[in-house]
Design a protein around this ligand. Structure first.
Ligand code: FAD
Length: 426
């Protein structure tokens, strides 16, 4: 009989959290962790912050030290891509053609950066998702090749990179389709506050679609020289960062008819996509029982929390089938529970720290209170269908911010949450 095996696909924040939780919840069988990047698990948020600034070196990004990874007793396959999954037999295929029979699989393949087809083959046009991406952009920004950066995309990643580049002394233009920085996530009032901060720091803000690029040279050495906007404007550029969002990494799952891969891997409230197959992190779209709708959350904390939940629920599912099998040791707390987090994210731009709890996406109303316009201190409430679902704070004391979580932990009537927010600020 082949050894009992669980495979976790994706060796980053969610995959690592899942692997650790599988061990903690009693999995003693083979634990295969497959990751297509060559690196052991590392943290992505510092890529657009401390690493790009030059404050941190890559070794500070490791999520675990080598001995901590060793202690997990992993069958670790780095630099290896999963190319297919047959959910009926729980067989995972790897890029070398190897087929692994599994008792369970956790999909934690995250997302990949979207890019513009016109950027293909142009030197000086970057995306920012991986360590290599960040190092290449950092090298470019610290080189002697010119100081004009155009950031295409004014969502959170574009805003963070624009802030760092500006602090490094570059001329920065932030181009986006959103009327204000991050407006799709944070709404108009907070967007205006961010726009004011970026402008004051010297960033040029443009609302426009990108039509294409101009470049010098031939073949692979074609160097970008400008970004062309749909309104005919030409923005001279030495470097371009394309930060226009991401695509869930589900292409390798398309062959299995049991899986729904529309906007991520669709799961039930327990993070299960099919029997014995679970998903976690940026790639997972799951049914949040409290919010009553499917969510897919690209936040660092969610990756860890969902990795742990998927691992626990998978083992709870396997318990009956593996009763008495030594691959599954007794462990406390191994019951199946719906995954009901209060999502949390943060973003750092210049000295500003944005922190948000709950669900801001899909809000049909928002209301911001600017506590201090000069230092951009502010708080905002977000809601949908008469309920408050999310809250965001900029520059407020950590204790106060933590307290705001309770207002929306369970979606509350809008007026009640509004009153609670007023009291918290009083
Ligand atoms: C630059 C940057 C800054 C960020 N800043 C913040 C922030 O300030 N706050 C915040 O809350 N969040 C932030 N995030 C988001 C946060 O980093 C993600 O939510 C988190 O990394 C998600 O972890 P994950 O494990 O689900 O996915 P990922 O980190 O994307 O990892 C998925 C892994 O799976 C691998 N993979 C994909 N397909 C395959 C395959 N077929 N076979 C094998 N391996 C595969 C990928 O290469 C990758 O290594 C930031 C992200 C980026 C890129």
């Amino acid at each position: 009989m082949s050894p009992r095996r669980i495979a976790v696909v994706g060796a980053s924040a969610a995959g690592l959290a899942a692997a650790e939780a599988l061990r903690r919840f009693g999995w003693t069988g083979t634990l295969t962790l497959v990751g297509d990047e060559p690196h052991p698990p590392y943290d992505r948020p510092p890529l657009s912050k401390q690493l790009l600034q030059g404050a941190w070196q890559p070794d500070k990004l490791h999520l675990r030290a080598a001995d901590q990874l060793d202690a997990l007793g992993l069958d670790l396959r780095l630099g290896t891509r999963a190319t297919g999954l047959d959910t009926a037999t729980r067989t995972l295929t790897l890029d070398g053609g190897e087929r692994l029979a599994c008792d369970g699989v956790i999909v934690a393949t995250g997302v990949a950066a979207r890019t513009l087809p016109e950027a293909a083959g142009l030197d000086g046009v970057h995306t920012l998702r991986t360590l290599e991406d960040a190092l290449a952009l950092k090298e470019r920004l610290s080189g002697t090749g010119g100081h004009r950066l155009v950031v295409v995309g004014n969502g959170v990643l574009g805003c963070e990179a624009a802030a760092v580049a500006r602090e490094l002394g570059h001329e920065v233009t932030l181009v986006g389709r959103e009327a204000l920085p991050m407006a799709r996530t944070v709404g108009t009032e907070i967007g205006e506050l961010l726009a004011a901060e970026h402008r004051e720091r010297g960033v040029q803000l443009r609302i426009a679609a990108v039509d294409g690029f101009e470049a010098d040279g031939d073949g692979p050495a074609r160097q970008v020289t400008a970004v062309r906007l749909a309104d005919g404007t030409r923005l001279p550029a030495d470097t371009v960062l394309v930060a226009i969002g991401s695509e869930p990494a589900v292409g390798w799952l398309h062959g299995d008819p049991a899986l729904d891969t529309t906007d991520g891997l669709r799961c039930d409230a327990y993070c299960a996509a099919a029997p014995g197959v679970y998903a976690a992190g940026d790639v997972a779209r799951w049914q949040h029982p409290v919010h009553g709708r499917d969510l897919r959350v690209e936040h660092r904390m969610n990756a860890t929390e969902q990795g742990m939940a998927a691992a626990r629920n998978l083992l709870a599912e396997l318990e009956e089938a593996l009763e008495g099998d030594e691959a599954l040791a007794p462990a406390a707390g191994r019951e199946r529970r719906p995954f009901t987090p209060v999502p949390y994210f943060w973003s750092d731009q210049y000295g500003l720290k944005l922190q948000a709890y709950g669900v801001l996406a899909g809000a049909d109303r928002s209301e911001a209170t600017v506590v201090d316009p000069d230092s951009r201190k502010a708080v905002a409430l977000y809601g949908r269908d008469g309920l408050a679902t999310g809250v965001l704070a900029i520059g407020l004391p950590p204790r106060l911010v933590r307290g705001l979580r309770a207002l929306i932990a369970t979606p509350a009537p809008w007026e009640e949450a509004r009153e609670g927010l007023r009291n918290a600020l009083a």
